[in-house]
Design a protein around this ligand. Structure first.
Ligand code: ADP
Ligand code: ADP
Length: 231
């Protein structure tokens, strides 16, 4: 089944009397269990597309079906509900809460979901185990390396069982070796049935995804399966 179905997505930003077209007819299908790297030069529309995929913004024209639900013209409140239920976000800057331990950071989304304290801790610990970080569970972000911090952020993104993981330059602050470890974690998530879309500028990093989509000037320039990667 398609997690993401984009049909002729257009997005323009209006400033004054001018409308700047940024996405000019993007059609794309991403199935459950795909691991996609989105690439493209600066200004090609990657952030704009990620914001639409993440239900942070809606397209000017075209349809976006997320897990079978048309989210293209939803009002902000409904969009926020879909976003919280369906999407896990991972950022370049990790965005962890400095005063909370690793497991407490992972558990934050469960507070909003109304889960009790005992279950929050159990589920957060299980998720940290999945990203290989059990032994750092009680440490604060300032006691964690960049790679460890990003593992915490990935565990947090997964905790509500989202249908889609969206990562914006998740390796942008990490050295090459650590970046590859993070890409391998996404591979293991794919193997476990998750769907991952990430933005990267680095070809060496994109090589670890099983599919590479390239944007240029607001259209998809190429869309290729990476034959070297077996799922
Ligand atoms: P990328 O992420 O590939 O660098 P973006 O989606 O950030 O591309 O930007 C594509 C184009 O849209 C750029 O020309 C940028 O200046 C413009 N743009 C992005 N966001 C806005 C906004 N909120 N208002 C007006 N223009 C924007
Ligand atoms: P950049 O890629 O320029 O470093 P960020 O990584 O901070 O920017 O943010 C990437 C995108 O994620 C932005 O378009 C922003 O709108 C969105 N974003 C930032 N913070 C959050 C958040 N807490 N929840 C959901 N989306 C966010």
């Amino acid at each position: 089944p398609a997690v993401i179905l984009l049909q002729n997505i257009e997005k323009s930003y209006v400033t004054g009397k001018q409308a700047l077209p940024v996405l000019k007819g993007v059609s794309l299908q991403i199935l459950k269990n795909e691991y996609v790297a989105l690439m493209g030069p600066s200004g090609s529309g990657k952030s704009t597309l990620m914001n639409i995929l993440g239900c942070l913004d809606t397209p000017t024209a075209g349809r976006y079906i997320l897990s079978g639900q048309d989210v293209s013209s939803m009002e902000d409140d409904d969009l926020a509900l879909v976003r919280n239920k369906e999407i896990g976000f991972v950022f370049q800057q990790f965005n962890l809460m400095p005063r909370l331990s690793a497991w407490e950071n992972v558990a934050v989304p469960l507070i909003y979901a109304g889960i009790n304290a005992k279950e929050r801790q159990e589920r957060a610990m299980a998720m940290l185990a999945r990203v290989g970080l059990s032994e750092r569970a009680k440490h604060k972000p300032n006691e964690l390396s960049g790679g460890q911090s990003q593992r915490v952020a990935i565990a947090r993104a997964l905790i509500n069982n989202p249908s889609l993981i969206l990562a914006d330059e998740p390796t942008g602050n990490l050295d090459t070796k650590t970046s590859i470890e993070i890409m391998d974690i996404f591979s293991s998530l794919q193997a476990a049935g998750n769907t991952v879309v990430l933005v990267t500028h680095e070809e060496d990093i994109a090589d670890h995804a099983h599919r590479v989509v390239r944007l240029r000037d607001g259209v998809i320039e190429s869309d290729r399966i990476n034959e070297k990667i077996t799922v």
